[in-house]
Design a protein around this ligand. Structure first.
Ligand code: SF4
Ligand code: ZN
Length: 277
């Protein structure tokens, strides 16, 4: 361990401990994408459970979007290294979608839907994702500018379930950002893929380009205000408690999954939720 990895790990452990993200008898599925954030998330959750002797099950969960070996291989070597079971699924082919939504929006709906449904059906109590501090600061600013206040209540390390079919979502990396995750993976030799490779698009989508602009802006500010991101995420966590998500969750009349509309977004796209899974 170096001084950096020690500080990083202590910060992530503090987030896990303070928010009770990992507890006895939990069955946690950690969503893996091949990237640095989800790789670090799995590593930290596993290490926390081992070091604190927590009696819980941890599994890797991977939605294979027809990914290349550059994405699949690091995931396989990570779960092997940590001796963790990997649940891998293939979603319906989103390239067949002919509607007007941008492909990234369809992709997001599919991933969110399956990330709740499949782990729950396989006995999970919680789903962990690698969303980090920078992601939440950017989500927050975008939602604020768009006057989309209802989402702000979700910007915290743990979002409790509000429906029997909805898993509790945990974000162990809530207090560390992109650069820290990358450096941690490098120094700890945690396998991850360095490129964002998408099979559905020949080049980086505009969504990712815009997101990268936001990230660079955060790091620009940090050049003259060293603790900007830390201060911002702490303020966001406080503010999130002031908002209440007005969510009237029912069950989708086609697939039975939780939804705030009569038919969930996934079924509106695919018509039949059983297709291809
Ligand atoms: Fe999905 Fe590709 Fe868009 Fe990422 S870039 S959200 S993998 S379609
Ligand atoms: Zn549905």
């Amino acid at each position: 361990m170096t001084r950096f990895t020690d500080i990083y790990l202590r910060r992530v452990f503090k987030t896990i401990e303070k928010n009770r993200l990992v507890e006895n008898s939990d069955r946690i599925f950690v969503a893996l994408s091949g990237g640095k954030d989800s790789a670090s998330c799995l590593y930290c959750v596993k290490r926390f459970a081992d070091e604190r002797n927590i009696d819980c099950e941890i599994k890797g969960f991977y939605i294979n979007l027809d990914d290349s070996p550059e994405v699949r291989e690091p995931i396989k070597s990570l779960v092997e290294k940590l001796d963790i079971e990997l649940i891998e699924i293939e979603p319906p082919d989103i390239r067949k979608y002919r509607g007007s939504r941008p492909i990234c929006s369809v992709c997001g709906i599919v991933k969110r839907y399956l990330m709740n449904k499949i782990p729950r059906e396989k006995g999970a109590t919680k789903i962990a994702t690698g969303h980090n501090m920078d992601d939440f600061i950017v989500f927050f600013l975008k939602n604020l500018v768009g006057k989309n206040y209802s989402w702000i209540s979700n910007f915290k390390p743990k979002v409790e379930s509000t429906h029997p079919k909805l898993l509790t979502r945990i974000r162990p990396l809530f207090n560390v950002g992109n650069r820290e995750d990358e450096r941690f993976c490098e120094e700890m030799k945690i396998p991850y893929t360095k490129k964002h490779i998408c099979r559905f698009k020949a080049r980086e989508c505009s969504y990712n380009r815009k997101r990268d602009n936001w990230y660079s802006t955060l790091y620009e500010i940090e050049k003259w205000n060293k603790s900007f991101r830390q201060q911002m995420i702490s303020a966001i966590e406080d503010v999130s408690t002031l908002f209440k998500k007005e969510e009237d969750l029912k069950e989708c009349s086609i697939c039975g999954e939780p939804s705030n509309k009569e038919i969930c977004a996934y079924c509106r796209i695919f018509g039949d939720a059983s297709g291809g899974i």
